[in-house]
Write a protein that binds this ligand. Sequence first.
Ligand code: UGA
Length: 429
Amino acid sequence: MKLCVIGTGYVGLVTGICLSELGNTVICVDNDPKKIEKLKDNIMPIYEPGLEELVLKNKREGRLSFSISISEGVKQSDIIFICVATPPKANGEADLSAVANVSREIANHMDSYKIIVDKSTVPVETGDKVAETIKRYNKHNINFDVISNPEFMREGSAVHDTMHPDRIVVGTNSPRAAKIMQELYSPLNAPIIITDIKSAEIIKHASNSFLAMKISYVNALANICERAGADVVKVAEGMGLDKRIGRAFLDAGLGYGGSCFPKDVSAFIKIAEKLNYDFKLLKTVEEINTQQRKQFIKKVEDALWVINDKTIGILGLSFKPNTDDIRSAPSIDIIDALQKEGAGIKVYDPQAMENAKAHLNGVSYCRDPYETADGADALIILTEWDEFRQMDLDRIRRLLTHPIIIDGRNMFDPKDMEARGFVYKSVGR
Ligand code: UGA
């Protein structure tokens, strides 16, 4: 099939590239000329495992191209994916201006039947608004259908998630469009759920909010475990083996960050508010998440007593491993709080240091965990990169001025760390 993907952020880029890998001809469009130039030169705007290889392969095989022209993309495609950003406004609602602009532009350039797929995360009823907008600007009355097809890929494993999805959700009132979408996704061999547009839109916010709720639940449990002298990792394991609960997303730690959960939970609270429902449950999920970072800072203070003039080594800046994304990463808040108390900060992250530079002041960047530990009064782990799991811990202990590790991601076994001579603090254990 001939596809156009508008917006080359995480979702758009990975979607476009993976759909070309499935044999479709895909043109990825973005209004940022620099980004498009880089993609044409095979320079990836994000770090995402497996992405670059697929770009090279599909460009070589003539199925994948990049452009700044919506007109070109729309005219040569049967299906157009809207994958533009929906950033939060100051009040927590999603800002839909990019979706509105793109809908208008698509309408201006339509010359034959088109399916317009909304993949951006949007509030319920956006599909209706997109359809209304296209109808208004569609001067030649070209036939079209609007579909909601939310995305469930995770950063760091976005290519794998797209090629092996648990399910595909297609929200549409048109049997013709539903059939075409089923054909498009059939090579993935995943269950396809066909719903009305509004249900599809709600499935996205409901899924992300549910996962955020699991994380806040396990973080609340971590607090109880710490007070009671229990181990939250064991509690999660014991709960997770129950198939109705599941072990995934029960890792206690610093709470959720990233560009999705914080934004989507607060957007869902706003959506509910507009529909006259007070989503108290999700408000508490948010509150627990904020609290979790504050409690971690308290833990560092307890371990170091006075923070002023201490040198603290930070391992991990990205909001999760295998990405260079630092949006809403706990690291930014935690480093800021420690600097305000007078700490000197050394940091290391395998991928995110370049992106962090715009958000951090006065920190020194290190080449590896050992340089970070060298001469530090304590080492703090904020992201669970595999590289940290493989560190030579005895070397780290010798390099630290005081053998203190405060681990926000529960990467190591407390008994083992104590046996190695560390003062080791983690979360909920
Ligand atoms: C999330 C969803 O998992 C995807 O399904 C969805 O498509 C995506 O948002 C989106 O809406 O675009 P992502 O934000 O990339 O994906 O990352 P996750 O793996 O979900 O992690 C989110 C945050 O939760 C991270 O900060 C992570 O450290 C934290 N987390 C995750 C925990 O604290 N504990 C856990 O057990 C799991």
